[in-house]
Design a protein around this ligand. Structure first.
Ligand SMILES: Nc1ncnc2c1ncn2[C@@H]1O[C@H](COP(=O)(O)OP(=O)(O)OP(=O)(O)O)[C@@H](O)[C@H]1O
Ligand SMILES: [Mg+2]
Length: 343
């Protein structure tokens, strides 16, 4: 079964053809990072307009790269939530129109579910159920318990910032370029992870909190520079040496990874029947996180599939179909992204 997956939830316009949920036939990702690096973050209106320009060329390239015509495609899968509203609207409208035009069944797929299913792609052995999934992305930090395909229970979640967001904000304080995750990782490679002691949040259970860690870095930088806490955060980078930046990046990265590792350890103690641990989302590309999770023999997606892409949407859709999920009506307004508490 060949599924075309379309993803536009944030600042990547992506499409992919995946066979039977595991074999990638094509994977096209057009990133808007270059546009937003200049601003230090995503501007939703600009992202939506960029998706509008890129959506159809990206879909066409995904078909061409896969050596497919529309006749070969069995279904279309599209991210419907969560994400930036304008961006999601362009993706869902594109998918609805293509489904009507080419008479294909249409599936609306949840973005975090897709991140988890990146772990079924390009990996020889597959996770076994029940499993625990750590989703670490720009907008989310969650631990999920999955007893079987397409069954998810959120057992831990962040009460404030996501860990990816924290990487991005700490990078800003340190004057490192957007997106912050890869910049922090690069700078940290030259730094001493034990130079600055940063606190672990005192959140009981499996929930997370990352806003305090971000503020702790801010205060530690101000203290290191001998500046008052009223000193504006955007100016601190002008006073930091390259060595200080590297040491702060390494100390922050180590602390963030320790927090994630401690919570996963706790989750495994609470869910002793879990047979696999999988990690998903943009932050799963982080090398130190991968090293920290070696003790759990964790599954990680190929680094090229940890960020947003269409292949993971197609994979998630395949396993939804196997679990009996029915297509949505492309004429219905129900698949439009809606703002809900679960987003
Ligand atoms: N090597 C890395 N180390 C740490 N963080 C990273 C790395 N590479 C990317 N990231 C972070 O991953 C995040 C982007 O991940 P992703 O694209 O999955 O998030 P998103 O799609 O914006 O959010 P969500 O999936 O929650 O909707 C950014 O915060 C980025 O800084
Ligand atoms: Mg994402």
């Amino acid at each position: 079964m060949k599924i075309l997956g379309i993803e536009t939830s944030c600042d990547e316009t992506a499409a992919s053809v995946v066979e039977d949920g595991v074999k990638i036939l094509s994977n096209v990702v057009v990133s808007q990072i270059d546009i937003f690096a200049e601003y230090g973050g995503v501007i939703p209106e600009v992202a939506a307009r960029s998706h509008l320009e890129a959506a159809l060329p990206v879909v066409n390239k995904a078909l061409t790269d896969a050596g497919c015509t529309w006749d070969d495609i069995d279904a279309i899968a599209v991210t419907h939530a969560p994400g930036l509203l304008g961006s999601l609207l362009i993706g869902t409208l594109t998918a609805r129109t293509l489904a009507i035009l080419h008479n294909k069944p249409l599936y609306a797929v949840h973005h975090l579910k897709s991140h988890v299913y990146a772990n079924w792609l390009s990996i020889p052995d597959r996770p076994t159920f029940p499993l625990l999934a750590l989703v670490v992305s720009g907008g989310h930090t969650q631990i999920l318990y999955m007893p079987a395909h397409n069954q998810f229970e959120i057992i831990g979640t962040t009460r404030d910032d996501a860990v990816g967001e924290c990487f991005d904000k700490v990078a800003k304080i340190l004057g490192l370029p957007y997106p912050g995750g890869p910049s922090i990782a690069k700078a940290a490679a030259e730094g001493d992870p034990n130079k600055y002691k940063l606190p672990h949040p005192k959140i009981e259970g499996l929930d997370f909190s990352f806003s305090g860690l971000k503020t702790a870095v801010l205060r530690a930088v101000q203290k290191e520079l001998g500046l008052p806490i009223s000193h504006p955060s955007h100016d601190l980078k002008n006073h930091l040496s390259q060595r200080q930046v590297a040491d702060f990046a390494a100390s922050f990265q180590k602390t963030a990874v320790e927090i994630l590792t401690e919570k996963m350890q706790m989750a495994l103690e609470r869910y002793p029947d879990a047979k696999s641990v999988v990690v998903a989302g943009g932050v799963s590309a982080n090398k130190i996180l991968r090293e920290g999770f070696e003790r759990f023999s964790a599954f990680f997606p190929d680094a090229s599939l940890s960020g947003d892409n269409g292949a993971m949407v197609a994979a998630a859709c395949y396993f939804e179909i196997q679990s009996g999920v029915q297509p949505v009506d492309p004429y219905s307004l129900n698949i439009y992204p809606r703002i809900s508490i679960e987003n």
